[in-house]
Design a protein around this ligand. Structure first.
Ligand SMILES: [Zn+2]
Length: 83
């Protein structure tokens, strides 16, 4: 079991409609702090329905966070639409 920080973020599961909070991230100091999404690069949690919910910031911070779909495999660190 790893250490992590809590991230204060709310998202409605697209699969079951549950309102989720209590996201986690390993990008901070991992001392069970409560952070804002702005403090970390990515955050995630597993919905009780089995849906994996993970967010990360766009390279361009102003665009806001985007959901990362783990099911589609490779995560890309490249901004979309740019070489
Ligand atoms: Zn769900």
């Amino acid at each position: 079991m790893g250490m992590y920080d809590n991230v204060r973020f709310e998202f409605t599961c697209p699969k079951c409609g549950r309102m989720l909070d209590g996201f986690q991230s390993k990008d901070g100091d991992c001392v069970f702090d409560t952070l804002k999404p702005e403090d970390v690069w990515s955050w995630h949690r597993l919905c009780p329905c089995g849906e994996w919910i993970e967010f990360e910031w766009e390279k361009d911070f102003a665009k806001g966070p985007k959901r990362v779909d783990r099911d589609f495999g490779e995560r890309t660190d490249k901004p979309e639409g740019k070489a």
